[in-house]
Design a protein around this ligand. Structure first.
Ligand SMILES: Cc1cc2nc3c(=O)[nH]c(=O)nc-3n(C[C@H](O)[C@H](O)[C@H](O)COP(=O)(O)O)c2cc1C
Ligand code: SF4
Length: 431
């Protein structure tokens, strides 16, 4: 299987960033078709397509679309999560910079289908180029009556789109923390279902809210224009993953970058698309830094699909594929990853606030050659106390990489403790 460019077909064409260029490549045909359909038929198309959220968890999109109230009693909102904070992931940034109209059209179709009044695109504050490109696309869409009041001359079809720049906090990518931040509050998470209603019932400003990732919304025009059955034929070799997935491939590969592939593609083929491994492969983290690490054997086995990747011991996650060669000191890599999650912990709950710090303290003494006997077991114990016991999934995201790296590369941790240094040789590091 080769690269399959659907969202990225025109990523290298600068005219695709303009409304004229986007329309010349078939843009806005999806919206034209959508407004001729019943709202429920659009939701049915999303269901037929089998689209799953690209933000990390892979939840069926139709559950959210179908969960929005059919009878409109108050404002309905849409949010696009463009916070993209997971280390190793940078595909939403490229989508916004080079294909902004896919998102604008996708959100407008979704707005029509769920009777949305306004959409908010929450963009990581550092993504200035992405915000600029989206700003220009939104301005053009307003001028062409593709946003605003009575869109395309259709009485009552009103939809506004706003950009909100975040301040660069990983936790603000978590949807309840994102909504708090959007409302001007501290970016801390809130209670979720079953202790609180889903956002489609009570979301931002307590109104029904549809939240998706950039890549999820950007697929919508293609599903409506080319047909849900056609779209669902992509990835048909997998159990339940449809369409394409964009992976950000980084680390020890010859051509790091974003690559779009059909679900069902072997993980090794994705790595080959990125120019193959620089040196000898040691491991791969396929879905972003919070996902469990795979050894070489598992990387060779792994197929890109939500269920398929789990069968190999990791997850598709947000698509941040990090490739590591044999010069990598896994223990130091583990420590650096743990520092990130400690810094990003919002501090609201004890297991994550204290546990992430304890994990860093243990890892720090190990990499400084002062590890104590029993430290590796203690590290796993602390990770176990965070995993599944924290207020929001950031705690799990902090615990999984640590648990995964100890599980797969235990002898490297033990070696550090018994020898006071890394088992990755100096010659290998210099190679
Ligand atoms: C700590 C944390 C950070 C997250 N960061 C992001 C992010 O940057 N972008 C994103 O789309 N989803 C992120 N998510 C997932 C969102 O909470 C949410 O599930 C997602 O935006 C829903 O969109 P989807 O249905 O299209 O996947 C994060 C989740 C957690 C727990
Ligand atoms: S797990 Fe707890 S401390 Fe960590 S980010 Fe979530 S709420 Fe904050």
């Amino acid at each position: 299987m080769a690269e399959y460019k659907l969202l990225f077909e025109h990523t290298n064409d600068p005219t695709f960033r303009t409304l004229e260029g986007y329309k010349a490549k078939g843009g806005y045909k999806g919206l034209e078709k959508a407004v001729a359909m019943e709202r429920s038929a659009i939701v049915d198309s999303i269901k037929t397509s089998g689209l799953r959220g690209r933000g990390g968890a892979g939840a069926p999109a139709a559950l959210k679309w179908g969960g929005m109230p059919k009878e409109k009693k108050t404002e309905h909102y849409l949010i696009c999560n463009a916070d993209e904070g997971e280390p190793g992931t940078f595909k939403d940034k490229q989508l916004l910079e080079t294909c902004p109209f896919e998102l604008v059209e996708g959100m407008t179709i979704a707005g029509y289908a769920v009777q949305g009044d306004a959409g908010y695109v929450y963009i990581r504050g550092e993504f200035m180029d992405a915000a600029k490109s989206l700003r220009e696309a939104i301005d053009e869409a307003y001028k062409a009556n593709l946003l605003g009041k009575n869109i395309m001359g259709i009485e009552g079809f009103n939809f506004d789109l706003y950009i909100h720049l975040g301040a660069g906090s990983y936790e603000c990518g978590e949807e309840t923390a994102l909504m708090s931040s959007l409302m001007g509050e501290r970016g801390m998470p809130r209670l979720k279902f079953p202790h609180a209603p889903f956002p489609v019932i009570k979301g931002v400003w307590d109104k029904p809210t549809l939240i998706h990732n950039v890549e999820s919304y950007s697929n919508v025009p293609y599903i409506i224009d080319r047909g849900a059955e056609w779209w669902a034929s992509l990835g048909a070799s997998t159990k339940n993953s449809r369409g394409t997935k964009i992976f950000s491939v980084s680390g020890h590969v010859n051509k790091p970058g974003n690559y779009e592939v059909e679900f069902g593609t072997p993980l090794m083929e994705l790595i080959e698309l990125a120019g193959g491994v620089r040196g000898t492969m040691k491991a791969c983290i396929p879905g972003g830094s919070s996902m469990p690490i795979l050894n070489v054997e598992k990387t060779h086995e792994a197929i890109i699909g939500y269920e398929e990747m789990m069968a190999s011991g990791s997850m598709v996650g947000s698509g941040g594929c990090m490739v590591l060669n044999d010069t990598t000191d896994i223990v130091k890599f583990c420590w650096r990853t743990a520092v990130f999650y400690m810094n990003e912990s919002c501090g609201k709950c004890t297991p994550c606030r204290e546990g992430t710090r304890w994990m860093v303290q243990i890892l720090e003494r190990i990499v400084n050659g002062q590890g104590r006997e029993g430290d590796v077991d203690l590290l796993v114990q602390v990770a176990d106390q965070i995993d599944g016991r924290s207020f929001c999934p950031l705690g799990d995201a902090a615990a999984w990489p640590v648990k995964g790296m100890v599980k797969v590369f235990r002898e490297e941790f033990d070696y550090y403790i018994s020898h006071g240094r890394s088992m990755v040789g100096r010659e290998a590091v210099l190679a």
